[in-house]
Design a protein. Structure first.
Lengths: 223, 113
């Protein structure tokens, strides 16, 4: 005989549970965790390199790099002067909380102020999996096109800050900044946005100031 | 496409609840998926046939209940169901809105024998 069993359980509840554990591990060590998400080639690793170089005298940084294969990105972060751990997802299109938990166990959290998690380059899947980081940052870039907020609403809705990278290319590509920003505003009103170029350093200071402000705010909360 | 890991989660939750109920076989799985969740039904079904093979849930029928988007405007209080991507209030144009439905992604029930 058939029997119906009501459940009402979130399908990603196991991931959410581990994410909460990651967050409390970061909090108890006073670490601010940022989740960097973007499409491949938007400049996540370049922005991380700049962040390390500009802030390493004031903050102790670590980077967790998620890629399908290779340790190229973790090597670049280490060369710039940060502790780094590479996660090879072996085909998975996103990082999840369990993968980050494994990487955190390889870091000395008590020696870190700021942890940047570089998610797998993808504008769909990373948006669905909480990691336990405090803020999510989306890095868009001008050559990708101005229609991306309209095409990937889930990603643009779920972040706390937006970087628009490669603005030095604006004279050379079709990119209507007004149309792009309108798409963002529909999905995520008032989203803090930093147009910048990792090549010319234009606009970097405002982004770096935001990182430091978030770091200070986080310290006040966890202390 | 992250439907594989999602399908594995669905299987884990279903098997756990079936075991608690001391059921031998899961015949039906009822999922609730909001329109804002980027889940492809066919893809979940494809992976389901593979991951459930050899388990108590093998051959179970997946039922997808899609939930439409419901929004309440925080400025004027209007409740509406946008079909388009633009979530702003059709009444007053405000973008200060709260999504009350459409982001669901849960297992609602299983049927067992």
């Amino acid at each position: 005989m058939k029997e119906r069993i009501p459940i009402v359980e979130k399908i990603l509840s196991a991931n959410d549970h581990i994410a909460a554990q990651n967050k409390s591990a970061l909090d108890s060590a006073g670490v601010l965790g940022l989740n960097f998400m973007a499409s491949p080639g938007a400049g996540k690793t370049s922005l991380i390199e700049h962040t390390i170089k500009k802030l390493k005298d004031r903050l102790k940084l670590a980077v967790v790099d998620g890629d399908v294969a290779t340790s190229i990105d973790a090597d670049r972060a280490a060369a710039a002067g940060a502790q780094s751990v590479q996660i090879n997802t072996g085909g998975e299109c996103h990082l999840d909380a369990i993968m980050l938990q494994g990487a955190l166990s390889e870091l000395h959290l008590e020696e870190i102020d700021l942890l940047i998690v570089e998610n797998v380059g993808n504008l769909i899947c990373p948006a669905s999996f909480k990691l336990g980081t405090h803020k999510s940052v989306l890095i868009a870039s001008v050559p990708e096109g101005d229609d991306k907020p309209y095409k990937y609403p889930g990603m643009y809705r779920g972040v706390e800050a937006l970087v628009i990278n490669k603005i030095d290319l604006l004279p050379y590509v079709e990119f209507d900044m007004e149309y792009f920003r309108q798409g963002v505003e529909i999905l995520n009103p008032g989203l803090v946005t930093f147009p910048l170029s990792c090549r010319t350093d234009e606009g970097l200071d405002a982004y770096l100031a935001w990182v430091e402000t978030e770091m200070e705010a986080h310290r006040r909360v966890v202390q | 496409m992250h439907e594989l890991s999602i399908t594995e989660s669905i299987l884990e939750i279903a098997l756990r609840h079936a075991a608690e109920a001391e059921a031998e076989k899961i015949t039906d799985i009822h999922l609730v998926i909001g329109k804002l969740s980027s889940i492809v039904d066919d893809s979940v079904q494809f992976y389901w046939d593979i991951v459930s093979d050899g388990t108590a849930a093998q051959g179970a029928v997946l039922h997808f209940r899609r939930v439409r988007i419901e929004i309440v405007c925080q400025a004027c209080g209007e409740s509406y169901h946008p079909e388009e991507l633009d979530l702003s209030c059709p009444g007053c144009g405000s973008r200060d809105v709260r999504i009350v439905a459409g982001e669901e992604f849960r297992l609602e029930a299983i049927e067992v024998e």
